[in-house]
Design a protein around this ligand. Structure first.
Ligand SMILES: Cc1cc2nc3c(=O)[nH]c(=O)nc-3n(C[C@H](O)[C@H](O)[C@H](O)COP(=O)(O)O)c2cc1C
Length: 214
């Protein structure tokens, strides 16, 4: 069963009806998950994951991730983003070739969400799309899923073709939409250490103002 933007708009439950997303796998092949106790732990735990286990993402979890995106803040409340959910391995492979480097991990993702902004509706499309993307990443972490951002805006194929054009051709989105990024999701096949508290760049935090020059 294939999804279209229209399907997603009209019926979010379409994900639950899809056979593939209802798959439950008994063999645990990903790193174990302990639910977050609070947001402080969650932000420390989130790391970019680019290698994914075989286990499928459950439909409920994918829906929760998309729900988080749809609840993310937008400039003037325009909510002018669009999300293309891709789970077809052949299409994921094609998408992974849209950049000369940095996008290859998408081929191994169980699901990729292409995050699009509408330039005709808001000049803050890039910010809105970015916030939706990172909100999905935190939600994924909370569900025990790994994710990684693949930058699309201002990125190109080796021959100079904008990555956004490649995706527009593959996914058929209209000219007024631009892809900010793709977020690849799946259960982590590698364990990533949480953020190191001792390596935080506290020196980049400036209280009140930058210090006066001597
Ligand atoms: C705006 C942005 C663009 C990124 N682009 C890519 C990318 O194209 N490919 C990739 O593998 N990772 C990409 N990343 C992930 C970063 O490499 C990663 O967040 C960074 O190395 C810090 O690691 P952490 O996420 O594990 O804390 C991107 C992250 C951000 C926020």
């Amino acid at each position: 069963m294939k999804y279209t933007c229209k399907d997603m708009d009209s019926s979010p439950d379409i994900l639950l009806m899809c056979g593939k997303f209802s798959t439950f796998t008994t063999k645990i092949t990903h790193f174990s998950y302990r639910p977050m106790e609070n947001f402080k732990d969650l932000v420390q735990k989130r790391r970019s994951v680019r290698k994914f286990a075989e286990q499928e993402i459950q439909a409920e979890d994918l829906q929760t991730i998309l729900r988080a995106a749809l609840m993310s803040p937008t400039s003037k409340g325009t909510r002018a983003w669009h999300f293309v959910v891709v789970d077809d391995p052949v299409l994921l492979e094609k998408i992974s070739l849209c950049r000369s480097m940095g996008s290859q991990f998408i081929a191994g993702a169980k699901v990729a969400v292409v995050v699009l902004g509408d330039r005709d509706v808001t000049d803050a499309w890039c910010e809105d799309a970015s916030l939706a993307a990172v909100t999905m990443q935190y939600q994924a972490t909370d569900l025990g899923l790994g994710s990684c951002w693949c930058q699309i805006r201002n990125r190109f194929m080796e021959n100079g073709e904008p990555s956004d054009n490649v995706l527009r051709f593959l996914l058929r989105y209209p000219e007024n939409l631009t892809a900010e990024c793709i977020i690849g999701f799946g259960y982590p096949a590698i364990e990533r250490k949480p953020q190191d508290e001792d390596k935080l760049k506290w020196e980049n935090v400036h209280i009140g103002s930058f210090p006066e020059e001597d």
